[in-house]
Design a protein around this ligand. Structure first.
Ligand SMILES: NC(=O)c1ccc[n+]([C@@H]2O[C@H](COP(=O)([O-])OP(=O)(O)OC[C@H]3O[C@@H](n4cnc5c(N)ncnc54)[C@H](O)[C@@H]3O)[C@@H](O)[C@H]2O)c1
Length: 256
């Protein structure tokens, strides 16, 4: 596990009540950072996880907001910066598949306008909204943004065409904003493959998934910590890297 001295660093992680976001927030906090953890307003899990980490003496704070709502995001970012005392790291992790079961690429009917609006609002405009709100506060001295995309952006399969398109847009946005925010702030992304215990796709049987994973070059499904480590690297090291999307997938996209 890589580590860094993040005392005096402040971070905001969206969608951090579970999975990759929680693992990332925890890793940043365990390395000394003060971390605002966002998730949906009313999330019991967010309060539980923040209490658990605070009880360990870590400097974490709940920052509830719906990433699909501009006013809510603007308020949340300003409040988080106030509580943290600054902002060096932003991890745009919050997203939704919008469905409990994968929608086949041939099934256009299930992907109606309302579905597109919902996913675009959270998964694509959400990260932009958050970066726009955070930009005035982000440190000019080593500020870093990491967006969480997906291998779905590169044809790796995802919950729907809509979802994959949002993630493809996020990869492009990462490149564009690297130009817009450089040289002071780096903007990168990771593209996760399969995530253990995600529970996003209920049609995915755990045993079947484990068997399928044996066909991956690294022969296992990624844990949230595997993804957190890649995000952590892009946040605190990789000082000459910007505009890139790092595929983290156990070799899924390498084929086999
Ligand atoms: N699970 C997978 O198979 C998979 C694969 C590739 C990429 N990803 C990406 O990884 C990231 C994290 O996913 P995860 O697997 O850890 O899932 P997760 O469900 O554990 O975490 C996502 C979090 O985002 C929150 N969230 C959803 N909508 C929100 C909103 N409008 N405002 C604020 N918070 C909101 C959820 O409440 C949840 O806590 C996402 O960006 C996802 O697209 C996931």
């Amino acid at each position: 596990m890589i580590s860094a001295d993040l005392q005096h660093k402040c971070a905001l992680v969206t969608g951090g009540a579970s999975g990759i976001g929680l693992a990332t927030a925890e890793m940043l906090a365990r390395n000394g950072a003060r971390v605002a953890i966002n998730d949906l307003p009313g999330s019991v899990k967010l309060d539980e996880e923040v209490s658990r980490l605070q009880a360990e003496g870590l400097h974490v704070y709940a920052a509830p907001a719906d990433m699909s709502n501009t006013a809510d995001v603007d308020r949340m970012v300003a409040e988080a910066v106030d509580v943290l005392g600054g902002l060096h790291i932003l991890v745009n992790n919050a997203a939704t598949p919008g469905t409990r079961n994968s929608i086949s690429a041939a099934d256009l009917e299930r992907q109606d306008d309302a579905f597109w609006q919902q996913l675009l609002g959270v998964n694509l405009v959400g990260p932009f909204r958050c970066i726009r709100a955070a930009q005035p506060y982000l440190s000019r001295d080593g500020g870093a943004v990491v967006n969480v995309a997906s291998t779905a952006a590169f044809g790796g399969g995802g919950s729907s065409t809509t979802y994959a398109s949002c993630k493809g847009g996020l990869v492009t946005m990462t490149r564009e904003l690297a130009k817009g925010l450089g040289p002071d702030i780096r903007v990168n992304a990771i593209a996760p493959g399969w995530v253990k215990m995600s529970g996003w796709d209920c049609s995915w049987d755990e045993a079947e998934a484990e068997e399928a994973a044996l066909k991956l070059p690294l022969q296992r499904i990624g844990e949230p910590q595997d993804y957190a480590e890649a995000i952590f690297y892009l946040c605190v090291a990789g000082h000459y890297i910007t505009g890139q999307t790092l595929i983290v997938d156990g070799g899924l996209m390498a084929g086999g």
